[in-house]
Design a protein around this ligand. Structure first.
Ligand code: ACO
Length: 353
């Protein structure tokens, strides 16, 4: 067989490993984590519970969940050398570069003989502290110490703004984290697995995942979608903008997906949270612009199987919660680290059996 007979650009249709972590039904627009529908998890679960589910392949009982939440909360503080580094570096540095470097510092400092599960908890608990500390330093503010009495989502927002979030802010943050936690085989997960396949350590795998997610084709379509809403400025300008763009064969950011040929279920869930959060945050105009784009574009592009993807509403939600657009990929990474590490652990277990 000639090499060209098996070559698939972009690794399309190339199987890398089997997984029981995530299942995507692209035709029906469904997503499952360990067999549980994303709709149910978003409504009834929490980010901590979903993390346990992805890592441990079962939902925790009440006692297990309480202990697990406590363990995660106790791991939020980062080594002093990381805070010193954040205070010293050029504040205009790309937040994904900063995250990559600080995860590398964490890996260098972690000489423990903890297993990959414990290291995954450490990574997931500390990454929000790194992101929010740098976010605040860039804005000329001091980092806020984590509060172990708060949930993961609530503490994340507390460290960002210095204020305890409202119920709607906390739930919105929790849901956005749940929705980004895993998505089968994508570029960043693949990068993590390539690194794990040489029996390198889990920090190195996560650094690979962050590096791949940094690319504009992977982790940044959400900020592009938000930029589009800001540029349009008013729902009255949407029609002209969308038709002009489509007639020039330009793509609408946050539309289309390699697997989903209908609505990405995460976009549907986020739409309802974008509706709620923009109502309380005073940027309802942006939500109305998004809804109008969706309505017009689905009419034109739906027949080609092009519908809103997760990025269409996630940028608007991150922005409404107080994150600057340059930080959107880091928030994505703070959740996807659960999927990356779960996939690495699944891969290593399978490899050694
Ligand atoms: N806006 C307008 N038209 C589109 C869009 C879009 N966003 N996406 C695809 N189309 C059109 C194409 O122009 C093409 O039209 P044609 O048949 O008339 O030439 C048709 O739909 C099929 O296009 P493909 O590129 O074959 O579609 P594919 O499913 O392979 O592309 C992709 C998926 C790359 C995500 C694409 O839809 C895109 O570029 N979207 C914009 C960027 C984006 O939102 N990325 C985030 C993806 S989700 C994630 O990574 C988490």
């Amino acid at each position: 067989m000639r090499v060209l007979d098996v070559l698939r650009k972009g690794l399309e249709d190339i199987a890398v490993k089997e997984t029981s972590i995530t299942y995507i039904d692209g035709k029906m627009g469904r997503l499952f984590y360990r067999g549980y529908s994303i709709f149910d998890l978003a409504e009834l679960s929490s980010f901590e519970e979903v993390s346990f589910l992805l890592w441990k392949n079962k939902l925790p009982n009440i006692r297990e969940l309480e202990t697990f939440k406590k363990t995660m909360a106790e791991q939020r503080e980062v080594p002093g050398q990381i805070l010193e580094y954040l205070a010293k570096i050029d504040p205009s540095s790309n937040p994904m570069d900063v995250l990559r470097t600080t995860v590398s510092m964490m890996g260098t400092a972690d000489r423990s003989d903890s297993d990959n599960f414990e290291k995954s908890i450490r990574l997931t608990s500390k990454i929000p502290t790194i992101i929010t500390s740098f976010h605040r330093i860039r804005a000329g503010l001091s980092p806020v110490q984590p509060d172990s009495s708060l949930t993961h989502a609530s503490n994340f927002l507390y460290m960002l703004t210095g204020q305890k979030p409202s119920e709607v802010e906390e739930k919105t943050m929790d849901v956005v984290l749940i929705l980004h936690a895993d998505h089968e085989m994508n570029a960043s997960t693949f990068a993590c697995l390539v690194i794990a396949s040489t029996l390198s350590d889990i920090y190195s795998s996560v650094i690979g995942g962050i590096s791949a997610l940094k690319g504009p084709l992977h982790g940044a379509a959400n900020s592009e979608a938000l930029k589009m809403f800001l540029e349009i400025g008013s729902p009255d300008n949407v029609e002209e903008y969308v038709y002009k763009r489509l007639s020039r064969k330009e793509r609408l950011m946050g539309f289309g997906h390699r697997i989903y040929k209908t609505y990405d279920p995460r976009a549907l869930i986020l739409r309802s949270y974008a509706d709620k959060i923009t109502s309380v945050k005073g940027n309802r105009n942006l939500y109305e612009i998004a809804r109008k784009i969706e309505e017009i574009a689905v009419r034109s592009l739906g027949q080609k199987g092009i519908y809103p993807n997760v990025d269409f509403y996630s940028g608007l939600v991150f922005y409404s919660l107080g994150f600057s657009p340059e930080f959107f990929p880091t928030v994505f990474a703070s959740s996807r680290v659960v999927g990356w590490t779960a996939q690495v652990m699944e891969y290593l277990n399978d490899n050694s059996s």
